[in-house]
Design a protein around this ligand. Structure first.
Ligand SMILES: [Zn+2]
Length: 181
């Protein structure tokens, strides 16, 4: 299969996962809300999906705390993700860029996106090698589930960590500009 065929079948699979997650979500539709889907390329039945922002942080906290009090999980998630995003491999963000406003015109901090939450889930919680996972983010516009490439904050680090098809998907779905930092 060509890369284009491979990426379009991966996107279709990921879109059905995102669609189900948006359908089951009780919150109101919001064009800013991203659902990042990660697919295990060695077994496509193995996948995760997390929302951006506060809802995604709650989802991740609930997985990490696993029935215990969420306070300690919140502290661990925040400190590990901040340390990662500050590091060169994590994009080299300042504390202010992490919490308030990074490089993207959406004006939110680098922590806010769904992508760092997925990074945490796979790397720290599930002890996975990120290179085996392709990352495919979506958002919802009315009833449509649209591919939503990593923002300019996330582009500083995601393609170096997730499977290289993540960048191919971005390019095929959203054009070369989706790779520009
Ligand atoms: Zn982002």
């Amino acid at each position: 299969m060509s890369h284009v065929q491979t990426t379009s079948s991966l996107v279709a699979h990921a879109r059905s996962i995102a669609n189900l997650k948006f359908q089951n979500n009780s919150g109101s539709p919001n064009a800013d809300k991203v659902c990042a889907v990660a697919l295990d390329l060695s077994n496509l039945n193995n996948h995760y999906a997390l929302f951006s922002g506060g809802p995604g942080f709650q989802e991740l906290t609930s997985i990490v705390s696993n029935g215990s009090s969420p306070g300690a999980a919140k502290v661990t998630i925040t400190s590990r993700l901040e340390a990662f995003l500050r590091s060169k491999a994590g994009g080299g963000f300042s504390d202010d860029q992490i919490k308030h406003k990074g490089y993207d015109p959406h004006g939110r901090g680098a922590m806010n996106c769904a992508e760092p939450k997925m990074y945490y889930l796979l790397r720290y919680q599930l002890n996975q090698s990120l290179r085996n996972w392709v990352l495919i983010p979506f958002n919802q516009n009315q009833s449509q589930i649209l591919y939503n490439p990593p923002c300019k904050n996330c582009r500083r680090w995601v393609y170096q960590h997730f499977h290289y098809l993540s960048a191919w998907v971005a390019r095929n779905q959203a054009g070369m500009s989706a790779l520009v930092k």
